[in-house]
Design a protein around this ligand. Structure first.
Ligand code: SF4
Length: 76
């Protein structure tokens, strides 16, 4: 299950068990919530940017592919 930017988004990010860092505010991050209510981040940019990994270890503190999303919460 994937989630958008709705009211439950803060809770869903907390289910990753770590600070999200850059991914929290990045346009390329896709947050997936499992049936067991844990969550993980998939980096969509990793499909074409070989500098990145598909499933980044959180927190991502600096990233060459980061692009801020206008809709997402500032990670700080
Ligand atoms: S580009 Fe970097 S900051 Fe953005 S989702 Fe991928 S790993 Fe996270």
């Amino acid at each position: 299950m994937s989630v958008g930017d709705g009211p439950g988004r803060d809770l869903d990010w907390s289910r990753t068990g770590a600070e999200a860092g850059c991914c929290r505010a990045c346009v390329h991050a896709k947050l997936n919530v499992t049936r067991r209510a844990t969550a993980y981040v998939r980096c969509l940019r990793a499909a074409w940017d070989e500098r990145l990994v598909r499933y980044p270890a959180l927190p991502v503190l600096a990233c060459p592919g980061f692009e801020r999303s206008a809709r997402r919460t500032d990670p700080t």
